[in-house]
Design a protein around this ligand. Structure first.
Ligand code: UD1
Ligand code: MG
Length: 451
């Protein structure tokens, strides 16, 4: 059986009107990735022989986000069965299995899709397999109607259900697997005589039964088929996804002191014995190696943090940051497009942008790389073992040599040689007894005026 072919159809033509957004629904992000990207991961992991996505008109951005999938356009949204018909060309002559998934259910897992396909391929050869679920609140989901032998007889949409059918707890998760040899015949039998005047794909079950074919269902978690139609449901999906990502980070060997306050991106990579403090946010593109500590209230995106580094509290790592092994980034330090060598330190109040900082360099409190001249960005290079005094401005492009020192409060506009000391600030002047004379003069002035 397993040499049967598999085609996946991803339905995403819905406009998502209730999101009240200019962005198509399936491009809204969950855990830092468009929701269709999560669906794509789950689907692609099945290695299907063909995949198509059904989009509405003017959804080129959705098509672009799912390259190399074949794109079918459904001109008018006339229901889920009509959406499958819109991808008809892809399925012409296809006699393998056809899995229909929704673009707005980002929590679906490959494992559940595999169970559906396996059930479809079981010896009793059901024409249709439906993903069922028992949510705490069955709300407006379609209901699965079972026959005397517990076989699936029909799916009734909420809008068309009798009060008795509404009391059924077993709901339709929406995803369906078909025997591709039967699909044309099933689609042919679907009509739009229902409350919403739509062609419901769910009616394929009743059509199959009428034509004498077996239908079956597998049960999955209601969370996996949580569909997104509103901003509130988007926030719920984010919460579910975060719980899943946190659990997997901890299972992988990361310690989280307050997991509920840590936000991860779908692609966050955490090594072993990483410790993450409360209220840390990871944007996309972060890799954290073993034995790193990320302290509270840090915000990290597009960054690589090598083994044993310590970041935060209150640090911000922006895209293009690479921290070497054992580097230390302290509070209120912002780093962008900059590489720090092994053991380099910037512990307080700095901005390091477009910079290369050598191993063991020490960046004093308040150091700023002035990387932008109002027109272009320029680089700052700081050599190995260099020491930058506090409150230094490094006007890029500029290079500080290996083991060079820069005096505190300097404004550095020219390169500094290896092993040199550069000081670029006003000379210190000292006038003996001047403060005392000043106080005496002012006191006398005040006494004269108050007479
Ligand atoms: C669907 C099921 C319902 C199930 C629920 C689970 C049908 C008829 N009903 O209802 O039984 O309980 O999912 O969430 O399938 N789409 C198109 N073109 C269309 C219509 C829809 O591409 O013409 C796409 C949507 O973009 C969406 C998916 O199909 O990704 C499902 O459509 P939606 O309108 O959300 O169906 P539900 O009302 O949620
Ligand atoms: Mg829906």
């Amino acid at each position: 059986m397993s040499d049967r072919q598999l085609a996946c159809l991803v339905l995403a033509a819905g406009k998502g009107t209730r999101l009240k957004s200019r962005t198509p629904k399936v491009l809204h992000a969950v855990a830092g990735r468009p929701m269709i990207g999560h669906v794509a991961d789950a689907v692609n992991a099945l290695s299907p022989n063909r995949v198509a996505i059904v989009v509405g008109p003017d959804m080129d951005a959705v098509a672009a986000a799912t390259v190399p999938w074949i794109v079918a356009v459904q001109e008018r949204q006339r229901g889920t069965a009509d959406a499958v018909l819109a991808a008809g060309d892809l399925l012409a002559g296809f006699d393998g299995d056809v899995l229909v998934v929704f673009g707005d259910t980002p929590l679906i897992t490959t494992e559940t899709l595999e169970r559906m396909v396996a059930r479809r391929r079981a010896a009793d050869n059901p024409a249709v397999v439906v993903l069922g679920m028992r949510p705490d609140d069955p709300a407006q989901y379609g209901r699965l109607v079972l026959g005397a032998d517990d076989g699936l007889e029909a799916i009734v949409e909420f809008a068309d259900a009798t009060p008795e059918q509404k009391s059924i707890g077993l709901c339709n998760g929406g995803l369906m697997a078909f025997d591709g040899r039967r699909l044309p015949e099933l689609l042919d039998g679907i009509e739009d005589g229902n409350a919403q005047s739509e062609y419901y794909l769910t009616d394929a079950v009743a059509v199959a039964r009428r034509n004498g074919h077996l239908c079956a269902f597998v049960e999955g978690s209601a969370i996996e088929v949580h569909g997104i139609n509103s901003r509130a449901e988007l926030a719920m999906a984010e919460a579910y996804m975060q719980d899943r990502l946190r659990a997997s980070a901890m299972a992988g060997g990361a310690t989280m002191i307050d997991p509920g306050s840590v936000f991860l991106a779908a692609d966050t990579v955490l090594g072993r014995d990483v410790t993450i403090g409360p209220s840390v946010v990871f944007g996309p593109g972060v890799t954290v190696e073993d034995d790193v500590e990320i302290r509270a209230f840090s915000h990290i995106e597009g960054a690589v943090v090598r083994r044993g580094a310590i970041v935060g509290p209150f640090a911000r790592l922006r895209p293009g940051t690479e921290l070497g092994p054992g580097a230390r980034i302290g509070n209120f330090v912002e780093i962008k497009n900059a590489t720090l060598g092994a053991g380099a330190k910037a512990n307080h109040l700095s901005y390091l942008g477009d910079a290369g900082i050598g191993a063991g360099a020490n960046i004093g409190a308040g150091t700023i790389t002035c990387n932008y001249d109002g027109f272009l960005k320029h680089r700052t290079e700081i050599g190995e073992g260099a020491f930058i005094g506090s409150n230094t401005a490094l006007a890029a492009p500029v290079r500080i040599g290996d083991r060079a020192n820069v005096g505190a409060g300097s404004v550095i506009v020219r390169d500094v040689a290896d092993d040199a000391l550069a000081v670029a600030r006003g000379e210190q002047v000292e006038k003996t007894g001047a403060a005392k004379r000043y106080r005496a003069r002012k006191a006398a002035e005040k006494a004269r005026k108050s007479k």
